[in-house]
Design a binder for this molecule. Structure first.
Ligand code: NAD
Length: 306
């Protein structure tokens, strides 16, 4: 059932493994990949409590040394102070350039850990173990890392690719349903902007997807990662094509900001996708009916559209 694919970026290429129960074999996978001498497992307090021990055990069983460093969960932690605190934690433990980081968590953890890896000792390797749907289909792939400053989101950061991405679909079982549904907005985004067959498939398989059936969830995540990888391979630094992945995000970000960041990201993106498509229809850039079918699929997943 496990699926793998490759992000092809020359020397910076890396594999993505997707399956159920991947978490318990991360130690063996890391040992086989020979990425680092020892590891720091970086996670927010919530995810660390749920899955930290399992990942630590897996590394220990594989004979790899690993220490856990945590920070409080939520976007509120995605700032420079957290980076400074984690860097001090690494330095106090004697982590050097031969060591690596493991990002275990959602997009916040991935963005923080990736940025820390990019700048700690001018760059150390890291791997992504995404645990939210959003992180599994989007943020863990592609190498965008960074933190927020009071002037705006993601204003400080770096393009820095992971050495591998390990996706365990089983962990979605503990994710709050709003977080899962929010992630579905990004999944629908891929269908709406890149792959019409996938868009239709999402409509046909709604029940199985919402029931987290591995036979649907694994291929769904794989297809999203594949689309993201294909775009990133052609435009790693968002000079042109990669902007396709921002479909719905310009208006979405405005809606998110106007809500005082109370509305979850995926919900704002859902509203943004419908609004921008309606504008496109009005401007003669999209056929009439397109906005309606996007709205219909979003509503089928109980996402807001206005
Ligand atoms: P998040 O990392 O804050 O996770 C959401 C919540 O879910 C957190 O409270 C977390 O503790 C909890 N959680 C995570 N996994 C869980 C699990 N398996 N079971 C139970 N609880 C779990 O948020 P997110 O939505 O994953 O990511 C949002 C962030 O991602 C934003 O900061 C956004 O800017 C960033 N992002 C980055 C990219 C990129 O390309 N780098 C792309 C999209 C979004």
């Amino acid at each position: 059932m496990e699926q793998t694919l490759q992000v092809g970026l020359g020397e910076r290429s890396y594999p993505i493994s997707i399956g159920s129960g991947v978490l318990d074999s991360i130690g063996n996978r890391l040992r086989a990949a020979n990425i680092a001498k020892r590891y720091a497992l970086i996670s927010d307090d919530q995810v660390a409590g749920l899955y930290g021990a399992r990942v630590l055990q897996s590394l220990s069983d594989a004979g790899l040394s690993c220490e856990l460093l945590t920070f409080p969960h939520g976007e509120i932690s995605k700032h420079l102070q957290t980076i400074g605190d984690l860097a001090s934690g690494l330095a106090e433990r004697g982590f050097d350039r031969k060591d690596g980081l493991i990002a275990l968590g959602g997009g916040v953890t991935g963005d923080i850990t990736g940025f820390l890896a990019a700048i700690y000792m001018r760059g150390i390797p890291f791997v992504q173990v995404p645990t939210t749907l959003l992180a599994q289909v989007d943020s863990s792939v592609g190498g965008k890392t960074g933190v927020d400053i009071p002037q705006g989101k993601n204003l400080i950061g770096a393009f820095y690719q992971p050495k591998a991405v390990f996706i365990d679909t089983e962990v979605l079982g503990t994710l709050a349903s709003t977080e899962f549904i929010g992630g579905m907005a990004e999944v629908i985004k891929y269908g709406a902007s890149i792959d019409a067959d996938f868009f239709a498939w999402l409509g046909e398989n709604r029940q199985a997807i919402l029931a987290l059936e591995p036979s649907c969830i694994i291929p769904m995540i794989r297809r999203c990662c594949e689309m993201k990888a294909t775009v990133v391979e052609q435009d790693e630094r968002e000079g042109g094509l990669r902007r396709i992945l921002n479909f719905g995000h310009t208006i979405g970000h405005a809606v998110e900001a106007a809500s005082g960041y109370q509305l979850i990201h995926g919900f704002a993106v859902a509203i943004g996708m419908v609004a921008v498509t309606e504008l496109a229809v009005k401007s003669g850039l999209a056929a009439s009916g397109v906005a309606g079918s996007i709205r219909e699929l979003l509503e089928a997943y109980e996402l807001p559209t206005a």
